[in-house]
Design a protein around this ligand. Structure first.
Ligand code: NZQ
Ligand code: ZN
Length: 386
């Protein structure tokens, strides 16, 4: 078990009717920007609830943040924040709205040139405006973490940054807001949560026995919930448990005690979204089984552990059980309703392998828990996903 420091300061306000708590969470007199996406919050009543709760506040709205939020849109919002002297950003929507809001919070105070430099890792984040969220889509874990993923039209890049300065001050999670999600987004959220757990769990490195069991608990809960949410999408308890899983999946706790984390699937997945426009969660369903197959030998002990504890496979030696864990993972993604091959998206694997590997190599990216998966290995992984 490796040393760690963990400080997650996000106040989580979870449950039915919690949007009404907003005035108890934001100081009176604060000038707020209410950021949102393409209009789902207006259709499902979340906007009305937030505006009613914040009736006494001076609010500037900024709508139209896209899925896979664009730098160009964020920069427009940052200019409005500066012009209007806004002191607090409230993201109401999914992970994209929240990630954009994190970037806007940094960009609005940034005076050292182009804030895109932060995305490319050339400049540190030194400060950000305070922000918070009313989250309507359980998937990214962005509500209790330091990360944001932003895309840029001019370069076709999709990059991530992380900084403690962009921890939300609070996150309101009302599971009732998720009832209006299209099935595709529910599916994406289940896969994304699974993948976040696995990126921290399925590593051929030292880890904490307790943290591993906590990860297995999330995986097993997702396996139980996936058919339930499809059979009865209106059930509150299922929605609430899914939302809690997504938060735990990437609030930092499941990496505690681990010597390293994988994240190769996410790095490749982000490139597939940038190149082909595939939803984030769907890229992970294609790539994660391939990443695990490519490294089946060195990940064998953890894969076999997953087979036994998550899938209850007790027969066979470690090699057999490791292979079965990957097969079950892939079958689970398919049962959720998400394709696991590039050909399902009419994408030529050889073309994808060439382009993704070249883009990652141009950034000198070395993936995986050992940081040793380079251009050749990425090409080989993508070939396994055809
Ligand atoms: O834009 P609106 O109209 O709000 O519609 C959204 C959007 O079309 C809709 N939606 C959200 N909540 C809804 C709803 N529709 C009906 N009812 C609701 N309650 O869903 C669509 C997708 O929303 P989006 O925010 O894009 O989805 P998600 O939360 O999956 O976020 C994906 C983004 O997060 C990044 C991804 O790369 C991608 O850009 N990630 C962020 C991470 C982080 N910050 O830690 C980690 C993840 O690995 C991921 O990379
Ligand atoms: Zn993800």
């Amino acid at each position: 078990m490796t040393n760690f420091v963990w400080h997650n300061p996000v106040k989580l306000v979870f449950g039915k009717g919690t949007i009404a708590e907003l005035p108890n969470l934001i100081p009176a007199g604060t000038k707020i920007m209410l950021a949102y996406g393409g209009g789902s919050i207006k259709a499902n009543g979340v906007y009305d609830q937030a505006r009613a709760a914040l009736a006494a506040y001076d609010i500037t709205e900024f709508g139209g943040i896209e899925p896979n939020p664009r730098y160009e849109t964020c920069m427009k919002a940052a200019a409005i924040v500066k012009q209007n002297g806004i002191g607090f950003l409230l993201a109401v929507g999914g992970g994209s709205v929240l990630d954009a809001t994190k970037f806007i919070a940094v960009a609005a105070l940034y005076d050292a040139g182009d804030p895109w430099d932060i995305m490319e890792g050339r400049k540190p984040v030194e400060r950000a405006l305070p922000l918070a969220t009313v989250l309507t889509l359980p998937a990214t874990g962005s509500e209790t973490n330091t990360f944001a993923v932003i895309s840029r039209d001019a370069t076709g890049e999709k990059l991530a940054f992380g900084s403690p300065h962009v921890y939300p001050q609070f996150a309101i999670l009302d599971p009732e807001t998720t009832r209006s999600l299209p099935l595709r987004q529910v599916e994406n959220g289940i896969i994304d949560t699974w993948a976040h757990v696995m990126e921290q769990y399925m590593c051929a490195t030292d880890h904490s026995a307790l943290t591993l069991r906590q990860s297995e608990a999330v995986l097993k809960t997702l396996i139980e919930l996936a058919p339930k949410v499809k059979a009865d999408p209106a059930d509150y308890t299922t929605r609430a448990e899914l939302m809690w899983c997504a938060t735990v999946g990437l609030n930092g706790s499941l990496g505690l005690g681990a010597a390293a984390q994988d994240w190769a699937t996410h790095m490749i997945g982000h490139e597939l979204t940038a190149l082909y426009g595939i939803d984030h969660g769907r890229t992970l369903a294609v790539i994660m089984p391939a990443v695990h197959r490519f490294q089946i030998t060195r990940k064998q002990p953890r894969l076999a552990q997953c087979a036994a504890r998550v899938w209850h496979i007790t027969q066979g030696d470690d090699a057999t059980r490791a292979a079965q864990a990957i097969e079950r993972e892939q079958a689970f993604f398919q049962s959720v309703g998400v394709p696991t091959t590039l050909s399902a998206y009419n994408i030529d694997a050889a073309d994808a392998a060439r382009q993704v590997a070249a883009r990652l190599a141009a950034r000198n990216a070395k993936l995986g828990e050992y940081g040793d998966l380079g251009e050749d290995e990425v090409r080989a992984i993508i070939a396994l996903a055809q």
